[in-house]
Write a protein that binds this ligand. Structure first.
Ligand code: NAD
Ligand code: WQD
Length: 334
């Protein structure tokens, strides 16, 4: 019995593969390497001492998927494969709808043909749209303010409808802000080009690849005026996936579950914690707000505890220490 991990060479996928292997699961990875490299596979092997079956293929390629399902006894799928850059999705909406929606529909069709009912999907806190009240609970109304967010929201709706046929066990995991790296320093986040997200930007300033951090606004109604987010260690997040696979095997239906810590950290607090963890000064300047950024986002994480018996363990200092270990050992990424 194997778990198919789509997007398994990506940032969250690679960390989840390590946790799956460490918990004794057999895994098969499919990734088209659009946003990742095969070196990741060597690193996962080095950490776990285990072999991995990898297919360089697109999840939109139904024939390739069918071949994989014919070859392996796959009982569960974790579907990470997708495009995730908010700004790019505004410029190229069709690319996002095509890649993210078609891959999911294809995957479900092939799963159905092979009697595989357990699906864990990478959703996002972005599906709460512009919610004004915090924390965010799973039963709050959904929405989205950019094409990327809409792909996650639409896929959730598709999977909820499909699950109503009674033949599925779907877990929609809504991630908050994943940061950090495996504590070996062998795998971590390796964005292409200039990072859009705060943590990789800070770590690339620390390692000398970028000059200074731009803080997007200090006039928000928050503790220090900068944006507040619920950062979660990628290893905690990965362990949540192992629990979600176990949950899917034992239940039917469709559940949306937040994976966050329930705690908010501001941009300046994260910068300060990173300076402490790395011993490096992070030069910064305050610039205008980034369009579409809400002041504060954090999760209510009770449902994950109740259904999955999972909660985040690592704090912001550990997230910074592990990011720095990865970034300083791999200044240019993989
Ligand atoms: P990532 O880009 O590092 O990983 C995604 C992987 O999917 C990449 O390796 C890419 O090559 C692959 N991929 C994309 N389209 C594919 C396709 N059609 N066929 C095969 N492979 C394909 O991103 P990540 O940060 O690891 O995110 C994983 C998932 O989690 C994504 O679905 C993302 O939207 C979601 N998510 C990420 C965050 C975050 O902040 N990182 C937050 C919420 C949700
Ligand atoms: C965090 C904070 C910025 C960069 C995004 C997606 C979301 C999800 C996670 C996938 C904000 C500030 C950032 C910088 C800054 N992904 N910032 N300078 O925007 O919360 O979430 O990634 O689902 O959908 O929107 O994360 O890391 O970009 O920003 O001041 O150079 O840091 O304004 O307050 P965000 P982020």
């Amino acid at each position: 019995m194997s778990v198919l991990v789509t997007g398994g060479t990506g940032y969250i996928g690679s960390h989840t593969c390590v946790e799956l292997l460490n918990s004794g699961e057999d895994i098969v990875i499919i990734d088209n390497l659009y946003n990742s490299k095969t070196e990741v596979l060597e690193r996962i092997k080095k950490i776990t001492g285990k072999d991995i079956t990898f297919y360089n293929a697109d999840v939109r390629d139904k024939a390739a998927l069918t071949e994989i399902f014919n070859k392996h006894n796959i009982d569960s799928v974790i579907h990470f494969a997708g495009l995730k850059a908010v700004g790019e999705s505004v410029e190229k909406p069709m690319l996002y709808y095509d890649n993210n929606l078609i891959s999911t529909i294809n995957l479900c069709e092939v799963m159905k043909e092979h009697g595989c009912k357990n699906l864990v999907f990478s959703s996002s806190a972005t599906v709460y749209g512009n919610a004004e009240k915090m924390p965010l609970y799973e039963d709050m109304p959904l929405g989205a303010i950019n094409p990327y967010g809409k792909t996650k929201w639409f896929i959730e709706e598709i999977l909820r409808d499909e699950a109503k046929t009674g033949n599925w066990s779907v877990v929609l995991l809504r991630y908050f802000n994943p940061i950090g790296a495996h504590e070996s320093g062998l795998i971590g986040e390796d964005p292409n080009g200039i990072p859009n997200n705060l943590m990789p930007y800070i770590s690339q300033v620390a390692v000398g690849r970028l000059k200074e951090l731009s803080v997007f606004g200090n006039d928000y109604p928050t503790k220090d005026g900068t944006g507040v987010r619920d950062y979660i260690h990628v290893v905690d997040l990965s362990k949540g996936h192992v629990k979600a696979v176990e949950y899917a095997r034992e239940h039917t239906g469709c559940e949306a579950i937040n994976l966050g810590t329930g705690t908010g950290t501001s941009v300046l607090e994260l910068k300060d914690a990173f300076e402490k963890a790395s011993g490096k000064k992070i030069p910064f300047k305050i610039v205008g707000r980034r369009a579409g950024d809400p002041p504060t986002v954090y999760a209510n994480a009770d449902k994950a505890k109740k259904l999955l018996n999972w909660q985040a363990e690592y704090d912001i200092n550990k997230m910074c220490e592990d990011t720095w270990r990865w970034q300083s050992k791999n200044p240019k990424g993989y």
